[in-house]
Design a protein around this ligand. Structure first.
Ligand SMILES: O=C(O)CCC(=O)C(=O)O
Ligand SMILES: [Fe+2]
Length: 340
């Protein structure tokens, strides 16, 4: 008999975690049941660097409303969308020319922040202490676009905190250990729209392989499919099958640093479809701009010394944004630059 190395999660199925314990009306979650949820998350993060959640508490009407608003917005002529064009001083709104790892992506995007306005460094220069207020740009059409986005942001932020607390427990830390980093959060909700790509579907990527730079990303996608995550144990691409009831939770670079590499951010990409357009909606949970990101002191010791030197989230993120505008991200800043 061949030896079986299969564990519960090391197959082709991204772990599915049920959060009904936290989101049912009369939830009487005991410490034990929360601990077992946290243990599921530990395994998922170590094995995959991502997991799906169901019974996540975000009302279905709100996810439907935001998907429909995104679709109606992108369906407009380019000139209409350009009325909320993002520019370097205020990088929120619409744009269509993102570059991932030096390759132009086949997509258009609309971004808004969860806190409006959001305080952010004016430049990546570490000596420049000037801050700027980033202000959302709301389109006139579809009507209620702004309300739909703001309502959704409140719900997805609640889920973000629930996941943050479970992740903190999953690392053996107090439940609210990480919450303070998000007091003045710089989080963004992003709509990604990938038009059909009839000519070169094999060569063009909707978004090239990358890791997300924040703490976690919470991703919803429509029924077309195309998102893939890289399996950590063999480097193969695994498709994330569309599930209208689930979000994909992605461990991002900040968790990799906080956990001193116990959790690694997951590499992912989106393929284009030759016939169908595709939409995804991502919540990027980002801490306050002044956050110094470094391995958490409780998780390091003589045998496990810090693997990263501290970096400033706002400056890091400003440098990433600058490289999007210069359309040249050769040497784009990565957490590897802070590796000890
Ligand atoms: O559209 C997708 O499924 C992936 C999007 C993504 O990875 C991103 O926006 O960072
Ligand atoms: Fe991503």
């Amino acid at each position: 008999m061949g030896e079986s190395k299969a564990t519960t999660t090391k197959d082709n199925n991204i772990p599915l975690i049920d959060l009904s314990l936290l989101n049912s009306p009369n939830n009487s979650s005991s410490a034990d049941s929360i601990a077992s949820l946290a243990a599921e998350i530990t395994e998922a993060c170590e094995t995959w660097g991502c997991f799906q959640v169901i019974n996540h508490g975000v009302p279905v009407e709100q996810s439907r409303a935001i998907e429909s608003a995104a679709r109606q917005f992108f369906d407009q002529p380019k000139d209409e969308k350009k009325k909320v064009w993002r520019y370097e001083r205020n990088p929120l709104g619409y744009h269509d020319s993102e570059i991932t790892m030096n390759v132009r992506d086949w997509k258009e995007v609309f971004d808004f922040t969860v806190q409006n306005p959001t305080l952010f460094p004016a430049s990546p220069d570490p000596h420049d202490l000037e801050l700027r207020e980033l202000v959302n740009q709301w389109p006139q059409f579809p009507p209620q676009f702004r309300e739909v986005c703001e309502e959704y942001a409140k719900e997805i932020e609640k889920l973000g905190y629930q996941l943050l607390e479970l992740l903190s427990l999953s690392l053996g830390l107090p439940r609210q250990r990480l919450n303070h980093f998000f007091k003045d959060q710089t989080s963004i909700v992003r709509f990604n729209h990938y038009p059909p790509c009839p000519n070169h579907p094999g060569q063009v990527l909707g978004v090239g392989q990358h890791t997300d730079s924040g703490a976690l990303s919470i991703l919803a996608q429509d029924d077309v499919g195309g998102l893939q995550v890289k399996r950590k144990w063999d480097g193969e691409w695994a498709p994330v099958k569309p599930n209208p009831h689930a979000y994909l939770v992605i461990i991002c670079d900040i968790f990799q640093v906080w956990s001193n590499d116990k959790y690694e951010s997951v590499v992912h990409r989106a393929m284009v479809n030759s016939e169908k357009e595709r939409i995804s909606i991502v919540f990027f949970f980002y801490p306050a701009h002044y956050t110094m990101v470094e391995p958490l002191e409780e998780l390091i010791n003589d045998r496990n010394p810090p693997k990263y030197r501290p970096y400033n989230w706002g400056k890091f993120s400003a440098a990433r944004r600058r490289s999007n505008f210069t359309k040249n991200n050769v040497g784009r800043i990565q957490i590897d630059h802070f590796k000890l």
